[in-house]
Every structure is written in structure tokens, then in C-alpha cells.
Design a protein around this ligand. Structure first.
Ligand code: GEK
Length: 245
């Protein structure tokens, strides 16, 4: 599979007023580089999603990738699942993302069927699911809608199913919050982003990406019916949780 490796320089020049972040064509062009250099542990999480999916995918069921962007988690699952008669439904509401994703999936030769859906992930039906992936997507859903959305995912999962929820976290303890935020900025600097790029990107994500604490996620998952929810991966303020039905 050939990924687009164009370098992310979207915030490299002074922008004056920084617009709210959008998943538009300019972001799509640099997305693989942007997410790789911005999200600590992204590649490790993508690989592990394939491993988890291969363990949890049930025969004759559906695996969902909600907020699929360019389909990295979809492809990871597609190449690892060996259970018969599974299908992957990958959903994103950015037409720019989804059309690029479609081209990438088309070039991939794995056999598991992939259905791409351009929609708000809150509006799709979730049914007969054994695996649901929310890889850094819930953080873009309005806070007021998150409980109902997680309840809907729980209802659509089969018993024995898994929700893989990766999120940027916040911390109630002020020193932890500062430490983890500063270490994330160090991570970005080590990956070649300047202080100006980091601060302009941060401004663009303000009020767009709303992080919560691990306790808030865990409480919501348990209240929605999941048997348990634990962090299986964390790198500074970026974590991935697996919740089991
Ligand atoms: C990956 N999971 O590479 N409905 C549908 N899609 C949405 C919505 C919504 N309401 N809100 C945001 N998105 C991917 C990475 S990126 C994370 C996920 C990031 C989509 C949005 O268009 C974008 O493609 C994705 O969620 C978030 O494993 O860029 O920080």
C-alpha cells in the first residue's frame, strides 16, 4: 500500500487568527505525516488494533472503524482477521478523508470486504458488531452526545465484543496535566515541529478536540454496560482503552 507522505507544514507560517481545525483537503494531503509526528504511539496502537481485532472478531459479524480517516485501523484489522465471514464498516464525515481512504483501500489486496460510509458516526446503525474501533475520534464528538453514543455502541456489540477507544487524555492534577502536556510538546519538537507550529495547532484544536480524564471515560463505559474498561496502552497524554462486553 502506498501512503501519501507529504510533510505537514500547515502551521509552519504565522497565521494571525488561527481558524478552527477541520479535516479538509489540506489536512488529508499531510495526514499520515501529521498523525505520526503528533500522536505518541500512533503506529503501535494501529498495529495492536489488528492483533486485538484478530482475537475478538466473531464469525458472521461486523467490525466498525468509526472516524476512519485514511483507513489505517481498517487496514490493520483487514490484514489480521482470519475469522470467516467478517466485514468491516469504516465511517467518516469528512468527504475529503473518505475519498482518499477509498483510493487507499482500492489499492489494498486483502480479501475482507470493506464498506465505506460518509456519515456522522452518531447517525449510523451499529449492529451485529464484534469489534468497534474509536481511534482518536470520540474526542471530536460534543461532550453532551458522548453518553448516548457509547450506549449505542454497547447495544450494537455482541456479547464478547470489544470497544477499542483511543483518546487524548486530560488530568485533574495540575502538575500531571502540565507535565503530560509539556512532554507531548517535547515529543512534537523531537519530531521536527517548531514552537510556533505547536502553539498554532493547539489554538486551532481549542474547542474542537475536547479531552476527558481516564476516570470520565471509564465511568461512561461502565455506566453504558461494559463489564470492564482498562488502559492497555499509554504514552504521555495519549491512551488506548479496551472495554469488554
Ligand atoms: C486513524 N481513526 O488513523 N463523524 C464521523 N467522523 C468524524 C466525526 C463525526 N462526528 N468527527 C470527527 N470525525 C483514525 C484517526 S482522526 C484523529 C482519527 C485526529 C473524523 C474526522 O473527519 C477525522 O477523519 C477523524 O474523525 C479523527 O486511526 O486527527 O486527531
Amino acid at each position: 500500500m502506498t501512503m501519501n507522505l507529504q510533510k505537514d507544514t500547515l502551521y509552519a507560517c504565522p497565521l494571525g487568527d488561527v481558524d478552527a481545525f477541520q479535516f479538509d483537503r489540506s489536512v488529508v494531503d499531510v495526514f499520515p505525516d501529521m498523525i505520526q509526528r503528533s500522536v505518541p504511539g500512533y503506529s503501535a496502537i494501529i498495529s495492536a488494533i489488528g492483533l486485538l481485532a484478530s482475537r475478538f472478531a466473531q464469525a458472521d459479524s461486523i467490525c466498525y472503524d468509526l472516524g476512519c480517516s485514511l483507513g489505517a485501523a481498517t487496514l490493520s484489522m483487514r490484514h489480521k482477521i482470519t475469522t470467516p465471514n467478517c466485514k468491516i464498516i469504516a465511517v467518516d464525515n469528512s468527504t475529503a478523508m473518505l475519498s482518499r481512504c477509498q483510493a487507499i483501500i482500492k489499492r489494498d489486496t486483502a480479501v475482507i470486504p470493506v464498506e465505506l460510509v460518509c456519515s456522522d458516526i452518531q447517525d449510523i446503525e451499529i449492529e451485529n458488531a464484534s469489534v468497534v474501533v474509536l481511534n482518536f475520534t470520540l474526542q471530536f464528538i460534543p461532550l453532551a452526545d458522548r453518553n448516548a453514543f457509547i450506549q449505542k455502541i454497547y447495544a450494537g456489540l455482541r456479547p464478547g465484543g470489544i470497544l477499542i477507544l483511543s483518546e487524548k487524555l486530560m488530568f485533574l492534577d495540575e502538575r500531571q496535566q502540565s507535565l503530560q502536556t509539556e512532554m507531548h510538546h517535547e515529543f512534537k519538537k523531537a519530531n521536527g515541529y517548531s514552537d510556533m507550529e505547536i502553539s498554532q495547532k493547539r489554538a486551532s484544536l481549542e474547542n474542537v478536540l475536547i479531552p476527558e480524564t481516564f476516570d470520565q471515560h471509564k465511568t461512561r463505559l461502565l455506566q453504558s454496560g461494559f463489564d470492564n474498561a482498562e488502559v492497555w496502552f499509554q504514552y504521555f497524554n495519549f491512551a488506548s482503552i479496551c472495554a469488554l462486553k
